[in-house]
Design a protein around this ligand. Structure first.
Ligand code: ADQ
Length: 463
């Protein structure tokens, strides 16, 4: 079997922030003598076009630096001001600056050129996420014939949202250069199929150049997951217990409703606070009995739309506090910073309700982590958006339309009232689903599809 090369925008760092993906792929990378490749996190005036390699906590990592201008156009610009909002169906929040596309392609070219000297004949290359859609095209131009797979961590857009993206035909042609495209959910495979069907030459009235041929690309859903058993252990670890004790003292006999998210407009945070406001407004008996803790560290805060979301949320939290707080009771706590996994696991376990209500989300790993962290004897209830990829897996959650804040408020009430036997029944099935979709199985099943199974792992045909 050939080596595995993982390519993503950011390479794994040191310490507890390493993330589930790095942990899951560490073993595979070691077994297959492979490495991780991507941006170093450094901005410099004159970057070298050669990658620097080092070992980071058992993973071999190759990194390149970027200039500030290239990084801005590629990351904050094309990736996160055009692709991210469009793929999440928020065209109203997209900003289009034409020149960003050149920066986006240039960075993909630079990455490919820097990776080229390190590719061996039987290597299998696994490219991650929307920052790197053109990566296979760039490698093919350089003559690389290895198997190359792509995994999209975010949802695939509807047709009209896709057509609102500048250079969408080129981007889709870029996707057709991969041997395998993995999506989070069946929803995404269907959206993609709709696009691919539109491209068949027979249905096109325009230039044949507009058609993209996906006949050599395999497409399937590979829903990502977490490590629920690790979260189960972590949730009773000393570090988690310390956080739980602190919170228990602060909560007294109030039931905890918990939200944990990056501060991103896709996560539906204003709608969530509004639903909570309605819960308190409609159920006076719940006041002093419940507490919402929302943990949301800022992210991508150089982008205006992210600052605006943050401002909106500040105002809404202020409104709820002003309206419902009493001298000796606060309805909610809003914490704008990240916590380590043990603290999060402890909070998940303590929470009566895990409130995960993105407006649209590729998967949503917080839902998986919440399920993994529950006490089997006294589990909490997951209230989950229908528009998270996770909704295809967690049918036993209370599924809500996050735009309908009355419905979410009602689901919260049901969750807080749910009898123990129903909580147990639902959680057991949720935990089974989380284990069946662990991050290890995700990586295994994707790589089983990507890795050629011929006797000597034949390279893919030239494109
Ligand atoms: P994200 O949009 O970042 O990921 P999510 O899947 O929820 O969303 O992953 C967040 C991760 O960050 C989780 O592991 C969570 O524990 C951690 N995290 C979130 N808030 C935190 C906080 N306050 N403190 C510490 N840690 C925090 C993208 C896609 C998702 C997809 C993932 C993985 O948008 O849809 O599920 O990639 O494919």
């Amino acid at each position: 079997m050939g080596r595995l090369i993982v390519v993503s925008n950011r390479t794994p760092g040191r310490g507890p922030a390493a993330g589930g993906l790095a942990v899951a792929l560490r073993k595979t990378l070691a077994e297959r003598d492979g490495f991780w490749f991507g941006w170093s996190g450094r901005l410099v005036d004159a970057p070298s076009n050669e990658a620097a390699f080092e070992d980071i906590e058992g993973i071999r990592v190759g990194k390149i630096d970027l200039t500030r201008d290239d990084h801005h156009a590629y990351y904050a610009g094309f990736s996160n001001s055009i692709l991210w909002p469009s793929f999440h169906l928020r065209l109203d929040l997209a900003t289009i600056e034409g020149h960003w596309y050149e920066g986006y392609r240039r960075v993909n070219t630079l990455f490919a050129q820097a990776l080229l000297p390190h590719i061996e004949e039987n290597d299998v290359i696994w490219v991650h996420d929307y920052h790197l859609i053109p990566f296979a095209t760039e490698l093919r131009h350089l003559g690389v014939r290895n198997r190359i797979g792509f995994y999209l961590h975010i949802p695939f857009p509807t047709l009209d949202a896709l057509y609102a993206i500048p250079h969408n035909t080129e981007l889709m042609r870029d996707l057709s250069r991969y041997d395998l495209i993995g999506f989070q959910a069946n929803r995404d495979v269907s959206a993609f199929a709709e696009f691919a069907d539109h491209q068949s030459p027979s249905t096109l009235s325009g230039s044949p150049l507009k058609s993209v041929d996906f006949s050599r690309t395999e497409v399937a859903a590979f829903p990502i997951g977490s490590d629920p058993e690790a979260f189960a252990k972590l949730a009773v670890s000393p570090a988690a217990t310390k956080m739980v004790r602190r919170m228990e003292r602060a909560l007294g006999d109030q039931s905890l409703i918990l939200g944990v998210d990056r501060l991103d407009y896709s996560k539906g945070l204003p709608q969530r606070v509004e639903a909570y406001e309605k819960l308190l407004a409609n159920n006076a008996n719940l006041r002093r009995q419940v507490h919402l803790l929302q943990v949301a560290p800022p992210s991508r805060d150089s982008i205006k739309e992210y600052q605006e979301t943050s401002d909106t949320l500040d105002a809404m939290v202020g409104r709820v506090m002003g309206h419902f707080a009493e001298p000796d009771w606060q309805p909610m706590t809003y914490v704008k910073r990240a916590y380590g996994q043990p603290s999060l696991a402890g909070l998940y376990r303590l929470a009566h309700v895990g409130l995960v209500t993105p407006l649209r989300d590729g998967m949503n790993l917080v839902a998986h982590e919440y399920v993994g962290s529950q006490d089997p004897d006294d589990p909490g209830v997951l209230v989950l958006s229908r528009f998270a990829g996770a909704a295809e897996i967690f049918e036993d959650a209370l599924l809500v339309n996050p735009f309908d804040t009355d419905e979410t408020a009602e689901a919260l009430r049901l969750a807080l009232d749910m009898p123990l036997d129903e909580r147990r029944r639902r959680w057991e099935r949720l935990m089974e689903a989380a284990m069946a979709h662990s991050v290890d199985r995700w990586a295994e099943s994707y790589l089983a599809r990507l890795t050629p199974n011929g006797p000597d792992g034949k390279p893919a045909p030239v494109r």
